[in-house]
Design a protein around this ligand. Structure first.
Ligand code: LFR
Length: 471
């Protein structure tokens, strides 16, 4: 038996709807809609156009429903962002995690609880955009006073489709408000002055919410009455489901961000893990995603955008080709430095980064591109060595999934700098993880994550990169 399901997969720069047919040995995907995601800056900051995203996504679901009977739908997106509601109505436009109010939020949280103590509770890497920091700014601005509910973005879409308010667990684990044992940290919320009744019941990936309601089906022209399911709604959780790894495998979920790490049976919130900036995010089936957010192709895409705005005609493929031909050593910067988070002129920020440290910055487009990729690859290598040391798990191979799996130069440099074989693919890991967990909930796909990963290996072409001898 196979099931036909649809994934709504929202990324920070684009969203897509993927229809899939999944069975015990079948995994066929068809992208039926793709749309841009451009945050918009207005007076109070940078926001997501959530209605535009919802509209494009549900139109995609309508398309997917037309020539096959769709059993279910599920939504994943980037983590940490949320909408505030009162009596079921959305209050205001959700902020983007790249809005720079978050730096102040970090200070507000620091004033209440010291980082080591916070880490012992939630096990998250210190990053300015974590939900808890954003909420402290909202609180200071009086925005929480009006709200009686908070929904993470995929849960907000689920609510709009079904009328049910829940919090899917993997995404909840990125808020900073969830304890390592998976329960809401109401004591911490008390300390921060955040009302715990804002939060909803936590559900596991695989939970059936309800069918898409009649009003929504009529508005978008959706045929049948597909169920809305919870899956690993944090995109990285879904991507990790689809990493075709075996024991000894590590992963890099590579897109706007690079999430670099391993799967562990339980969280590791030790002083060593804190020092190395590791996060413990909730995975599907109660696993832990022990990983570090090492920035990502965002730096490169922002650099290319800056050059194109200044009249550069070379596109990404030509720039990568030129960067591959650089056969001299280029300097390396720390890609996790927060100066690279907000949108803007990355070549200039990279130049300033080196000059502030009295080092020679890269010169010319090719060298800058090479420098970005070498810096990311070096960041991955250090992170994987730390992950192995801290967890005691040996790492023998690295899987690169997501858009970065297409970047041959980055994959090769990652092999060179880690000294490990890199296995690239699948590119659409997030959508695959989304549809696999749906199909499993419907009884159409194998039970264990290991079998689901074997299905990905059997149905997708993967490319290997071996470390080259470095001069
Ligand atoms: C990747 C991702 C990362 C998270 C960042 C912000 O798309 O979800 O896992 O750290 O976006 O939410």
């Amino acid at each position: 038996m196979t099931a036909t399901v649809a994934a709504i997969d929202l990324g920070a720069t684009s969203g897509r709807v993927v229809k899939a047919e999944v069975g015990p040995s079948t995994l066929r995907l068809d992208e039926v809609a793709r749309f841009e995601n451009r945050p918009v800056k207005i007076g109070d900051g940078l926001h997501w156009s959530v209605l535009a995203l919802y509209d494009a996504a549900l139109q995609g679901v309508a398309t997917a429903s037309r020539d096959a009977s769709l059993a279910s739908v599920a939504v994943d997106s980037w983590a940490v962002d949320y909408g505030l509601l009162r009596r079921g109505s959305l209050l205001g436009i959700p902020f983007s995690y790249r809005d720079d109010r978050t730096a102040h939020g970090l200070e507000l949280v620091d004033a209440v609880i010291a980082q080591p103590e916070l880490y012992a509770r939630c096990g998250l890497q210190r990053m300015p955009f974590t939900t808890i920091n954003q909420l402290m700014v909202d609180r200071e601005r009086g925005l929480l006073e009006a709200a009686d509910r908070l929904l993470m973005l995929p849960d907000l879409f689920g609510y709009w489709m079904t009328g049910r308010m829940v919090t899917e667990r993997t995404n909840a684990s990125t808020t900073g408000l969830m304890r390592l044992d998976g329960a809401w940290d109401t004591e911490l919320m008390g300390m921060l002055g955040i009302d715990p009744t804002l939060l909803s019941e936590v559900v596991e990936p695989g939970t059936r919410l309800a069918p898409i309601n009649a009003v929504t089906r009529a508005h978008f022209g959706i045929e049948g009455a597909p169920d809305v399911l919870a899956i690993g709604s944090h995109d990285t959780a879904s991507a990790v489901v689809a990493v075709p790894m075996e024991p000894g495998g590590a992963y890099i979920s590579s897109g706007t961000w690079s999430l670099v790490g391993i799967e562990t049976p339980a969280p590791i919130a030790t002083a060593e893990a804190l020092d190395a900036s590791f996060t413990n995010e909730g995975g599907v089936d109660g696993r832990t995603r022990f990983l570090k957010n090492v920035m990502g192709l965002w730096i490169l895409s922002e650099a290319v955008r800056t050059w194109q705005a200044a009249g550069e005609r070379l596109g990404l493929p030509e720039l990568l080709e030129a960067a591959a031909a650089v056969d001299w050593a280029v300097p390396v910067f720390d890609p996790t430095d927060a100066v690279f988070y907000p949108p803007g002129d990355m070549p200039e920020r990279i130049r300033a980064w080196f000059e502030e440290r009295g080092q020679r910055p890269p010169r010319g487009r090719a060298e800058v591109v090479r420098c970005i990729l070498e810096s990311l690859a070096e960041g991955y290598a250090v992170t994987l060595r730390d992950a192995a040391r801290i967890s005691g798990q040996a790492i023998e191979r690295v899987h690169v999934v997501g858009g970065g799996a297409r970047n041959a130069l980055l994959c090769q440099l990652t092999a060179d700098r880690t000294g490990l074989t890199v296995v690239a693919g699948p590119v659409e890991a997030t959508a695959i993880g989304n549809v696999l967990v749906q199909a499993r909930a419907l009884g159409a796909a194998p039970e264990s994550l290991e079998e689901l990963r074997a299905l990905v290996r059997a149905t997708h072409e993967l490319r290997e990169y071996r470390p080259r001898h470095r001069a």
